[in-house]
Design a protein around this ligand. Structure first.
Ligand SMILES: NC(=O)C1=CN([C@@H]2O[C@H](COP(=O)(O)OP(=O)(O)OC[C@H]3O[C@@H](n4cnc5c(N)ncnc54)[C@H](O)[C@@H]3O)[C@@H](O)[C@H]2O)C=CC1
Ligand SMILES: C[C@@H](CO)CCC[C@@H](C)[C@H]1CC[C@H]2[C@@H]3[C@H](O)CC4=CC(=O)CC[C@]4(C)[C@H]3CC[C@]12C
Length: 369
């Protein structure tokens, strides 16, 4: 769809544009994509912040819609040059059924692809996840791996399964002819655990620490490394890859890229303390206070309680067998593929990313539910 005559007149659509990552992508596009004419923000739930956006000359169109509804997706995609598909059901806590996760993440992605094909939209960036690779169900470590590192990706949980299937659909769609005859150009970005302003789990852990008198208790050995990446850098990578997909379709089309920056390799808990420590929390214990078998017992108990209570209420604590396995398995990436292919350099240093997140946590002080 985009040709050189239209270069200053691009229409972007961000699905899931009111989510944690989506909001950062929307703000980043407004700041850093000078060729933007219209920005469509598509989400099941529209955020009130959209009303207060400084949009400059760009027309921002808020679209309340559901990716599982093909006709709503097609209407939103029609006339867009680029789609950044971040919408998804991020659930590893058993809040939604596996059918719902599949419907949103897999069928929703299929709907986005078909909408591009039908309406002639040529460029599609998909927000995948490190989880399409691992950690796998066997708990094999993935230590400083890259996009080509061999790893046995085997999933049982509905979330990683759905992300892997959706990513496959997106990559297979690369090269399909869209309406008008041009080829669809797609790629997938795989963030590791994202942190930053608006991160719900960081917020929950902060409140939990406050309730426990300013303490958190170590449950994971400090030696288990967990990959983390700052949301501003993930958003920047989306903006950059969407731009370069239009310039270098042959190189970028059909590719996957891990999202990375200079955030340090640490355990999940030690990393969180980089943020939560300066906000007044303390991590108690140099080693896990409970043995692994006892934690697994508690995680299984939580799973049983969730199942028993389901007819009455939704019990979805952070600790379950899946999240415990995730937190207990080393998964870190070390790659420069995005730099080599489309010139990505993190926009935010580690210090900046950390300070911004700390400022955000401090701003919620005293507002614990
Ligand atoms: N949070 C993380 O650490 C990571 C997230 N990701 C991926 O990044 C993407 C964004 O995740 P987050 O921002 O963390 O999650 P989020 O839950 O904050 O954002 C997802 C957005 O999608 C919207 N959405 C959900 N179902 C929808 C539907 N049926 N139709 C339209 N919109 C719908 C939600 O309303 C929400 O605004 C997801 O695709 C997720 O799989 C990947 C790696 C790590
Ligand atoms: C056992 C607890 C003791 O403190 C800690 C539990 C932590 C877990 C809630 C998190 C550990 C790893 C996280 C996941 C990981 O960062 C990768 C992810 C990628 C995604 O695409 C979505 C989010 C997540 C699954 C993330 C979710 C929270 C953890 C399981």
């Amino acid at each position: 769809m985009a040709d050189s005559a239209q270069a200053q007149e691009l229409v972007y659509l961000v699905t899931g544009g009111c989510g944690f990552l989506g909001e950062h992508v929307v703000r980043m596009l407004l700041q850093r994509e000078p060729r933007l004419r219209e920005l469509r923000v598509f989400d099941l739930h529209l955020g009130p912040w959209l009303e207060e956006l400084q949009t400059g000359p760009v027309q921002v169109t808020a679209i309340q819609g559901d990716v599982t509804q093909a006709h709503e997706v097609t209407a939103a995609v029609a006339g867009a040059h680029v789609v950044i598909h971040t919408a998804g059901l991020v659930d590893v806590f058993g809040r939604a059924s596996s059918e719902t996760i599949h419907e949103v993440n897999v069928q929703g992605t299929q709907n986005v692809i078909e909408a591009c094909v039908q309406t002639g939209t040529q460029f599609l960036v998909y927000t995948s996840s490190m989880e399409v690779v691992g950690p796998n169900i066997k708990g094999h470590p993935f230590y400083r791996g890259n996009e080509d590192t061999p790893y046995e990706a085997a999933h049982r949980h509905p979330y990683p399964r759905s992300k892997a299937l959706a990513e496959q659909l997106v990559l297979e769609a690369n090269g399909r002819k869209v309406h008008g005859g041009l080829p669809l150009v797609t790629c997938a970005l795989r963030p590791t655990g994202i942190y930053g302003e608006g991160h719900q789990i960081m917020r929950d852990i902060y409140y939990q620490g406050q309730r426990l008198g300013g303490r958190l208790f170590r449950a994971i050995p400090a030696s288990v490394e967990h990959g983390r990446v700052y949301v501003g850098n993930v958003a920047w990578m989306h903006v950059l890859v969407a731009r370069e997909l239009q310039q270098q379709a042959a190189l970028l089309g059909g590719q996957v890229y891990f999202c990375y920056d200079s955030s340090p390799y640490k355990s999940y808990e030690d990393f969180n303390m980089e943020i939560l420590g300066p906000c007044g929390l303390r991590l108690v214990g140099a080693r896990p206070l409970l043995p692994y078998w006892l934690l697994m017992f508690l995680a299984l108990l939580n799973a049983l309680l969730q199942w028993l209570l389901r007819p009455l209420l939704l019990y979805a604590p952070l600790l379950n067998p899946y999240t415990l396995a995730m937190a207990n398995t080393t998964f870190t990436v070390s790659t420069n593929k995005a730099q080599r292919h489309f010139g990505y350099e993190p926009l935010f240093s580690w210090e900046d990313s950390r300070n911004r997140t700390i400022r955000w946590v401090r701003a919620m002080d005293g507002s614990a539910p």
